[in-house]
Design a binder for this molecule. Structure first.
Ligand SMILES: [Zn+2]
Ligand SMILES: [Zn+2]
Length: 659
């Protein structure tokens, strides 16, 4: 009889003793009963002594013959847990979400991407060739992290595909990570065209069977390439040789619940831990990444031009204080003229507004009440097509009311501000003959699936697209020559650390949708930004398309304020049903915090979302010098305090959100 320390894939930080008849190799997957349920666990230590009597120790219920979790993967799990300050068992759960993945399938599985051939390679231009060569020489040479930096349309994908090919020629596996929203058919088809085989896809909308196929293919080493959202990083690859993080600046790489982690940073950590290269690709790299290049931690490969000679668009600022929209409307006369001309010449317009639904706020004209969510600090958002008014955070709400819920007045509710549906209404009235489409994550509202919509745009079946953030990502619309940003200031309003950076990245990407095909006679795509603050440095550097000017100013400001990347931040978020208890824990934390010039604790503060899904919230913010071990200091501090079980505490290392 041998006793093993087994880490259950639950939110637990340590292994528990279980017995088995034989010595199980480290990393073996087992089924164990834990509490009242069966969970999967991994042998973390074999043949140990236990300080409880043998007859009290439970036996392993089942031993799986799946390849064991590799040593370096266990080290990686420990590192991720340490970095994110979450229990190891929570990280293990991301690697193996269910023991069902380990069971024998009823029918043999058909693995994706068993081998590749490089048949569909396209000819690269000189700059692309040089960049591809640089990336290829890193394959099989241990850890490196390289930014592939190139404007939208410069052909970054073709360049990193060369490194992917090189890695697969050396018979290693490859992971290409993308923001979830960009994981549409288009990219997968492109991969298939290039490599003659379909890559395995990994994202949140998969069936259990699809999950099992990919998980087993990856763990056995039979699946050579995965294209996945952030969670694909935690698959147990048998022999991963390269990670590409496409759109590395994208904020959706940050997971905000359970294990709070940044998938880009954890990808770099995985490369360092497992000694393989990582490529970060972006047209608008994050400030952190640019600073990592400046300091020599990452290297950089740049692509200067748009592929095939297409030009960057002309950018125009529309000062909404001068160029006023008509009352109750949101499109300025200048933008209207541009829409009109574009549609007349048979080309496409994209109107960008990062707001779903019809109106972000509904107000009662007789009593002044605003429709608010009782469980969150948020307005209810009116959606006209579905006839619902609901909370975007918790789904509270239902059929749009026809009288005011506060004063019962009829016909007194008025929409305030625009969402994409309201812009569509304005456009429909002005251009009755134009074919109009809304592109937002509420795709179900008019029955067409996202891919069908993208295909229709590509075929030219649409004249005016009205879209949210999802239109900014990677799609290639050949007929699109004019982009109008309805409210360029929208992202600046929160005023948090990265407001300027995010606005710059998003609007630059949206602008990049215009004129991606070479227009005849040297014509360029046209981009119009409607703003109330045209003299703001973000707007100015967008118009000048001067990224370096924006970056150096932004870095300068961060340095003066001693903000990341020059210092480190951590958010401590408390939530619970009883506001007094939550507040009390917040105060205790503040009173007991270690304080010095190099470790500053702010709060507890009432965050913008003072209430979310029925729970009261408080936040503390830690600002810490880069010389100090942030996680260790927080761990020591929190370890000295008893936190009641009715209050949930989570730590957000390098927070992106301050709400
Ligand atoms: Zn009212
Ligand atoms: Zn809500």
């Amino acid at each position: 009889m041998h006793i093993h320390s087994i880490l259950p894939a639950t939110g637990i930080d340590k292994g528990y003793s279980y017995k088995a008849d034989e010595i199980l190799p480290l990393g073996t997957y087992v089924k164990i009963s834990f509490g009242r349920q069966d969970v999967v666990g991994v042998v973390w230590d074999n043949d140990v002594t236990a300080d409880i009597p043998l007859n009290k120790i439970k036996s392993v219920s089942e031993i799986y013959d799946s390849p064991p979790l590799a040593d370096d993967m266990r080290t990686y799990i420990e590192k991720v847990a340490g970095w994110t300050m979450t229990p190891m068992g929570s990280v293990l759960k991301m690697v193996i979400p269910s023991y069902k993945l380990l069971e024998e399938p009823k029918r043999p599985l058909q693995f994706f991407c068993m081998s590749i051939n490089g048949g569909g390679a396209v000819a690269l231009n000189k700059d692309q060739g040089t960049a591809a060569h640089d990336l290829c020489t890193n394959i099989d040479q241990g850890y490196s992290c390289t930014l592939l930096d190139g404007v939208t349309g410069a052909g970054k994908t073709e360049v990193y595909f060369e490194a992917v090919a090189e890695c697969m020629r050396a018979d290693h596996q490859v992971l290409i990570m993308m923001p979830e929203i960009a994981l549409t058919g288009g990219f997968v088809d492109r991969f298939e065209k290039r490599f003659g085989t379909r890559a395995a896809l990994w994202h949140s909308q998969m069936t259990p069977k699809q999950r099992m196929t990919v998980w087993k293919g990856v763990a056995s080493g039979q699946t050579k390439a995965v294209i996945g959202a952030r969670s694909s990083l935690f698959l147990p690859y048998a022999d991963l040789g390269l990670i590409v993080v496409d759109e590395e600046h994208d904020q959706s790489y940050k997971q905000e619940d359970n294990v709070i982690y940044h998938a880009r940073d954890m990808a770099v950590m995985r490369g360092a831990c497992m000694k393989h290269p990582v490529i970060l690709a972006s047209a608008t790299p994050s400030i952190e990444t640019l600073q990592n290049i400046e300091s020599g931690r990452y290297s950089e490969v740049t692509l200067p031009d748009r592929f095939g000679g297409a030009h960057m668009p002309d950018m125009h600022l529309i000062d909404m204080r001068e160029d006023k929209a008509e009352s109750g409307e949101f499109i300025s006369p200048t933008l209207h003229r541009a829409i009109n001309e574009t549609v007349k010449s048979g080309e496409q317009v994209l109107l960008f507004l990062n707001r779903r639904g019809y109106a972000p706020l509904t107000l009662c004209r007789s009593c002044g009440a605003r429709l608010e969510c009782p469980q969150c600090t948020a307005w209810l958002v009116a959606h006209k097509k579905s006839g619902r008014t609901f909370c975007h955070h918790c789904d509270y709400g239902g059929r749009s009311p026809d009288k005011c819920p506060s004063c019962d007045a009829d016909d007194s509710l008025v929409p305030i501000g625009p969402g994409v549906e309201r812009i569509a209404e304005e456009v429909e009235a002005k251009y009755p003959d134009a074919r109009i489409m809304i592109l937002s994550s509420d795709t179900a509202e008019d029955g067409l699936k996202l891919q069908e919509k993208l295909d229709a745009i590509q075929r030219g079946d649409v004249d005016i697209i009205i879209g949210t953030q999802m239109t900014a990502k990677g799609h290639h619309f050949p007929k699109l020559t004019c982009v109008g940003v309805i409210d360029a200031d929208i992202g600046m309003k929160g005023g948090d650390l990265r407001a300027g950076e995010r606005t710059w990245q998003l609007l630059h990407q949206v602008a990049g949708r215009a004129g991606r095909e070479v227009l005849s006679e040297g014509r360029k795509g046209q981009v119009y930004l409607q703003t109330y603050m045209p003299e703001n440095n973000v707007m100015e550097s967008l118009i000048d398309q001067d990224r370096d000017a924006f970056t150096s100013l932004e870095l300068e400001m961060r340095k003066m304020a001693n903000m990341p990347p020059y210092s480190r931040l951590a958010g401590i978020i408390l939530s619970g049903k009883n506001e007094k208890t939550v507040e009390g824990v917040g105060r205790t934390l503040a009173q007991t915090a270690p304080r010095s010039d190099e470790f500053i604790v702010m709060g507890p503060a009432i965050p913008a979302f003072a209430m979310l899904r029925g729970k009261h919230r408080r936040r503390l913010l830690v600002q810490c010098s880069r010389k100090i071990n942030l996680q260790k200091t927080i761990e020591d501090w929190l370890g000295r305090i008893d936190i009641p079980s009715s209050v949930r505490l989570s730590v957000d290392i390098d927070p992106q959100s301050f709400l």
